[in-house]
Design a protein around this ligand. Structure first.
Ligand SMILES: [Zn+2]
Ligand SMILES: [Zn+2]
Length: 263
């Protein structure tokens, strides 16, 4: 029911379940490794597992997502303990609430940007991080008016963040992944993305592709700073990102973002 496997070039073929595609990578002379990407729709959120030499996970979903995660990991044949790192894209509850439970299940370390990590470490996310409509987005304004009263009381169980990500980001080589964490503020001030060397960008809510947030893939309707969103997306373009894996919705080509930015 949950896991979908894919990579950037396979995007037009989505959404066949259990599509097996592999990204060839060169490690030294003549040694090829493959990275696998699994999309795990855990309720409202899409989390991801990336497996290469090591295994990492992107985002930790809303509350009570552990049974769904266990089922998804079983489907993709991944033992929970193999996950070495959970990268949390930002401090909103739909991305962090199951972090403590996921950490208990997997033993993974948690990585967050230093400007958002207090949301998880203290649980006091709503003092600083209530979602803001993107300036100029009427639907974003309307959506936040409707959603925020429900959202505001979401409780996050505090959990230690072992890896505090700075503005320079973080290479993921130590976790067996050919790629890096990139600082991509805009949706929140401490938002981060993971960009693989092969072009896949896991962006959290820096881009959206799910109803009722958006009717089609594009820029976020919720953002603290729209100029920062555009700069961050430009940063991903400069890193040769080819496919966007959003925190809500199916993957889509970076070309869509390029067009939305008018590039
Ligand atoms: Zn968010
Ligand atoms: Zn979200």
């Amino acid at each position: 029911m949950v896991a979908q496997r894919g990579k950037s070039n396979s995007y037009p073929l989505y959404p066949p379940k259990n599509l097996i595609s592999q990204v060839p990578k060169l490690y030294g002379i003549g040694v090829f490794m493959t990275a696998e990407i699994f999309r795990l729709p855990l309720g409202w959120n899409d989390c991801y597992v990336i497996r290469e030499k090591g295994t990492i996970m992107i985002d930790a979903g809303g509350k009570n997502k552990t049974p769904a995660l266990k089922k998804a990991l079983k489907e993709i044949g991944a033992e929970p303990e193999t996950i070495g790192l959970i990268v949390i894209t930002h401090g909103h509850p739909d991305h962090v609430t199951s972090a403590k439970a996921f950490k208990k299940l997997t033993g993974a370390k948690i990585a967050m940007h230093h400007l958002d990590k207090h949301c998880l470490e203290t649980g006091e996310w709503n003092k600083t991080h209530l979602p803001k409509p993107a300036k100029g987005s009427i639907w974003g304004w309307f959506f936040s008016k409707i959603a925020n009263p429900f959202f505001a009381n979401e409780e996050i169980t505090p959990c230690e963040v072992e890896v505090s990500v700075g503005d320079d980001g973080l290479p993921l080589k130590d976790y067996g992944i050919s790629g890096r964490i990139v600082y991509t503020p805009g949706h929140t001030k401490g938002s981060i993305s993971v960009v693989l060397d092969s072009g896949e960008a896991f962006v959290g809510d820096l881009a959206m592709n799910k109803f009722p947030l958006r009717l089609s893939a594009g820029l976020p309707i919720l953002a603290e700073d729209v100029a920062a969103v555009r700069e961050s997306l430009d940063r991903l373009l400069a890193l040769n990102a080819t496919t966007v894996y959003p925190g809500h919705g199916k993957p889509f080509p970076m070309k869509t973002i390029k067009e939305a930015l008018g590039r």
